[in-house]
Design a protein around this ligand. Structure first.
Ligand code: C2E
Ligand code: SIN
Ligand code: SIN
Ligand code: SIN
Ligand code: FE
Ligand code: FE
Length: 332
């Protein structure tokens, strides 16, 4: 049997003095995969090739100084996100300031203390992991949304358009940029529950009968169950949208018949964005409507299907909405 894959984090240790590298090796070799460089050129080469998770960087080196190395790491796309901790004998305040200016995350002074080295390395690696976790979560959310869309149609453009419409409407309704971006990222999941709907119903050419329609409506509840309950703001937003995007302002929607402001604001926003896009697009069961006819329906359904204040706001955003529609138009 072969050895398991070595998943220990990679550290790049840079110092012109071999004994210093030996000391760091002793401290870190059990927990990390180590790479060594004795000068700036070698450090830059190894950083680009090995993509270490963290770099411990000496400041005073012949040739390129640690500051120059760090500056160059931060200029290159493939290395700019790698945290750099300076390890140096110079302990005065000016040097520390210079280190942070060029993008270091921390400072360790020589002679190094083993517990301090281990603790600092561990802390900065766990901060990186929080970032990666956020990125991973976002990717999973986007891919699940795509999975539903692939089952429903071929292009995936519907979720892109409706999530951008949702963001524009959210900003107009007073969401912060950050909250609007969460909505943008969560909205593609609104129909993830369609994964649980048989193709014979989902892709039927024509009207659904009463039984089929009951099955179809369960996509809201199924979507909420697929996403599940989480602490993460993004995932809570996604669940709320999946569950409430077919509720109606007058209480006649599904699955829970919520009314008015009982419907979470994100659900009311996505309802408008989703229907605007569904109507202006071709579906297996319907032709595309003109923008004019679609806006007439939004006005007619204001206060019935839709939050009247949000319909007003949506109408004020038409230039931007039409740009998005144009930008992500279907091409045969
Ligand atoms: P969808 O195609 O993404 O449509 C989303 C929403 O846009 C619909 O939610 C509805 O509010 C609005 N909408 C879409 N087409 C029309 C239309 O021709 N007229 C009007 N007035 N509104 C329209 P709804 O009704 O809850 O439907 C949810 C999903 O159920 C739809 O998502 C679609 O996947 C499916 N569906 C609805 N009706 C039919 C149908 O007659 N045949 C088939 N095969 N699927 C249907
Ligand atoms: C070491 O191998 O422990 C240090 C690397 C070096 O001195 O080049
Ligand atoms: C589509 O036909 O564009 C897919 C419908 C949807 O995902 O809501
Ligand atoms: C809005 O006023 O547009 C959003 C808040 C609400 O409709 O209750
Ligand atoms: Fe839906
Ligand atoms: Fe939809």
């Amino acid at each position: 049997m072969s050895d398991p894959v070595d998943t220990r984090p990679k550290l790049l240790l840079v110092d012109d003095e071999p004994t210093n590298l030996q000391v760091l090796r002793q401290i870190l070799q059990d927990d990390y995969r180590l790479f060594f460089a004795k000068d700036g050129d070698k450090a830059l080469e190894l950083a680009a090739r090995e993509r270490p998770d963290l770099i411990l960087l000496d400041v005073m080196m012949p040739g390129m100084t640690g500051y120059e190395v760090c500056t160059r790491l931060k200029q290159a796309a493939e290395t700019l996100a790698i945290p750099v901790i300076f390890v140096t004998a110079l302990a005065d305040v000016d040097d520390e300031a210079r280190g942070f200016e060029v993008g270091a995350v921390d400072y360790i002074t020589k002679p190094v203390s083993p517990p301090i080295v281990r603790a600092r390395v561990r802390t900065h690696l766990s901060l990186v992991r929080v970032d990666e976790l956020k990125q991973t979560r976002l990717q999973i959310v986007q891919r699940l949304g795509l999975a539903a869309e692939y089952k429903d149609n071929e292009t995936g453009l519907h979720v892109i358009r409706m999530s951008h419409y949702s963001r524009v409407l959210a900003l107009a309704a007073g969401f912060s940029e950050l909250a609007a971006d969460d909505l943008l990222n969560a909205a593609p999941m609104h129909d993830v529950g369609k994964i649980g709907i048989p193709d014979a119903i989902l892709q039927k050419n024509g009207k659904l009968d009463e039984t089929e329609w009951r099955v179809m409506r369960s996509h809201a509840q199924i979507g909420a169950e697929i996403i599940g309950e989480h602490e993460s703001g993004l995932l809570r937003m996604a669940r709320s949208i999946a569950l409430t995007h077919h509720e109606k302002w007058d209480g006649s929607g599904y699955p829970n018949g919520l009314k008015g402001e009982e419907i979470p604001l994100e659900g009311r926003i996505v309802a408008i964005a989703d229907v605007f896009d569904a109507l202006t697009s071709v579906r297996p069961y319907k032709a595309a409507w003109s923008v004019e006819d679609t806006l007439d329906l939004l006005r007619r359904e204001s206060g019935k299907h839709f939050d009247p204040q949000l319909v007003e706001l949506f109408l004020t955003q038409m230039p931007e909405i039409l740009q998005i529609k144009q930008r992500w138009a279907e091409h045969e």
